[in-house]
Design a protein around this ligand. Structure first.
Ligand code: COA
Length: 532
């Protein structure tokens, strides 16, 4: 074993300061997570309960195997928008009858569970995860359909929801719909497209058009129950496979459906692994409040991998990127971690080689981000930094082993791409509260804008107002800063959630377990042309 040594001094003032900053950010994060948990707020929660209904998360809890974890995804969706934090939908991965499943549950306390543009993004992301990892998908349905005032944003792209359900089915990935309430108009296609359908007595309402619409269209008098009740669908139309007498019975029946799926993981679970030698609690004191100060990612690796055992690859070459092999909860991983921010040509070439090796050996990759991007300047341009950065991006793009990304600190510019940012389809991407991501740092961006404006005024022969420039710079800086923060980015679904650094090993372990439901094979060739 090659156990990493640690130089972290937990009695230093520096450590205490980093920890305090991180705890402050975690407290802010808790406040925002609480908003998602509160759903539509007290009034609507009380009304929902009075109707004898379970809340979305209670439904999930009863569906899952007792005392098993639920990895909730994107709880901050819609943060910073006009919609309720959480986007009226709960999504995540949990274990049902021993089978890891992708679960989605509408939150009917938020605008009747209607889907807004962020709910749609969140639902589509959940479908992607189910598809990539071959996880059975269970939808706990109770929704007012499209959020009507924002229908223009969702009606046309929203069709993908129903397409995805049947594509999952076509790929042999089971889909289960449990209908607790409204599932009308387009929403009727959720049970309509699913492999297995359960409906709750006197609660499910599944029809293309409700009584008023039918009256308008054909003049026919009707009622909810005869148009789309559970009893009708179970006895007459045949859309419901199972009739549940109440919500708990529906969840019990959903568990029985999953128990009979015969859904098998591609890989056996690894044997229990040795925990890291260092206390994960210490992950709070590693990242500096000011990301301009570097930190050693080996301190992080030592606190997340099995036995803190890490075999570094090319430790003496391209030293601002640490690469090496480890295992995490028994799964082998290749790790790429930024050490001092900037990526140079050597780091880029080292990364490309390392990614190819992982593909040859079928080893998943973990990217730990803290980069300000690729190095700029005459020397580096002349040294071919574009070619070399492109090699790394080529390797990441065409790699076929599963990727995981964690934004620990900075993730700026093309460095975000080379380190497998969101657009490069990592199977999962999480951010720490300390992360920041943007095209470049706020000061740099404001400075660039100012230089461009000054040059433009000079070219037109106009005077340049320095006071206005300073005000503009301050404003831009503040705007970019706020748009770089993890809550803002999580709100836009650019990650799968903001996590407590102490949970990193657990979260990645759950992801690796889910990933190993589907078979994968690394790319033996098939990379783009590497510019040498
Ligand atoms: N778009 C936007 N807002 C909606 C909505 C929708 N599709 N469905 C419900 N809401 C809002 C309501 O206006 C209400 O807002 P308010 O409390 O500020 O007045 C809130 O969500 C709760 O709705 P309410 O009707 O009181 O809840 P309910 O639990 O009694 O009934 C529904 C829920 C979904 C059955 C009912 O609201 C409904 O039928 N909505 C319209 C469904 C529809 O036709 N959707 C289009 C299908 S594509």
């Amino acid at each position: 074993m090659t156990v990493l040594a640690s130089a972290l001094d937990t009695s230093s003032a520096e450590y205490a300061a980093h920890r305090e900053t991180m705890l402050g950010k975690l407290a802010d994060l808790d406040t925002e997570h609480a908003k998602a948990l509160a759903g539509g707020g007290e009034k609507y929660v009380a009304r929902h309960r009075k109707r004898g209904k379970l809340l979305a998360r209670e439904r999930i809890e009863l569906l899952l195997d007792p005392d098993t974890p639920f990895l909730e995804l994107s709880p901050l969706a819609a943060w910073g928008s006009d919609y309720t934090v959480g986007a009226s939908l709960v999504t995540g991965i949990g274990v049902v009858e021993g089978v890891e499943c992708l679960i989605t549950a509408n939150d009917p306390t938020v605008r009747g569970g209607a889907s807004n543009p962020w709910s749609l993004k969140k639902a589509l992301r959940a479908n992607d995860i189910a598809y990539a990892n071959r996880l059975p998908s269970i939808s706990l349905v109770e929704s007012g359909g499209a959020d009507l005032p924002s229908q223009k944003e969702i009606f046309i792209p929203g069709g993908a929801i129903f397409r995805d359900i049947t594509r999952l089915s076509a790929a042999g990935i089971p889909t289960v719909a449990v209908v607790f309430g409204n599932s009308t108009a387009g929403g009727a296609y959720i049970p309509g497209m699913s492999d297995h359908v359960i409906m709750v007595k006197e609660r499910a309402k599944v029809f293309l058009g409700g009584p008023p619409l039918v009256k308008m269209a054909t003049g026919e008098e009707s009622d909810d129950e005869s148009l789309g009740g559970a009893e009708m669908h179970a006895r007459v139309s045949g859309l419901a496979d199972y009739f549940a007498v109440d919500e708990r019975d529906a969840l019990r029946q959903a568990r029985r459906v999953v128990a009979r799926l015969n859904h098998r993981k591609a890989y056996a679970d690894p044997a229990p692994a040795e925990p890291p030698k260092y206390d994960p609690e210490e992950l709070l004191g590693i990242v500096p409040g000011d990301l301009k100060h570097p930190f050693d990612p080996r301190e992080v690796i030592a606190r997340i991998v099995d036995g803190s055992d890490f075999d570094e690859f090319k430790p003496l070459y391209g030293t601002s990127l640490t690469t090496g092999w480890a295992s995490l909860h028994g799964y082998p991983v290749g790790i790429l971690a930024n050490a001092r921010g900037v990526l140079f040509s050597e780091e880029s070439q080292k990364a490309a080689q390392f990614i190819q090796l992982a593909n040859q050996r079928d080893i998943p990759l973990l990217f730990l981000h803290n980069t300000t991007g690729y190095m700029v300047g005459k020397e580096y341009e002349q040294g071919g930094i574009i070619k070399h950065g492109a090699m790394m991006i080529n390797a990441v793009s065409n790699s076929r082993v599963p990727h995981l990304s964690v934004l620990m600190g900075a993730s700026y510019g093309a460095g975000h791409y080379g380190m497998c940012g969101r657009a490069y389809d990592p199977r999962f991407l999480f951010a720490w509260p300390s992360a920041k991501s943007a095209v470049m740092g706020p000061q740099q961006l404001a400075g660039v804008l100012s230089i461009v404006a000054r040059q433009s005024a000079a070219a037109k022969g106009q005077p340049y107002d320095d006071d206005a420039d300073a005000a503009l710079r301050a404003m831009v800086e503040q705007q970019i800063e706020s748009e770089s923060l993890p809550m803002f980015l999580s709100g836009r679904l650019y990650d799968d959630g903001v996590i407590d650094p102490r949970d990193t090993r657990t979260v990645l372990g759950l992801c690796l377990s889910a990933i190993h439901t589907a078979p994968y094979e690394g790319a033996r060739g098939g990379f783009g042309v590497f510019r040498m």
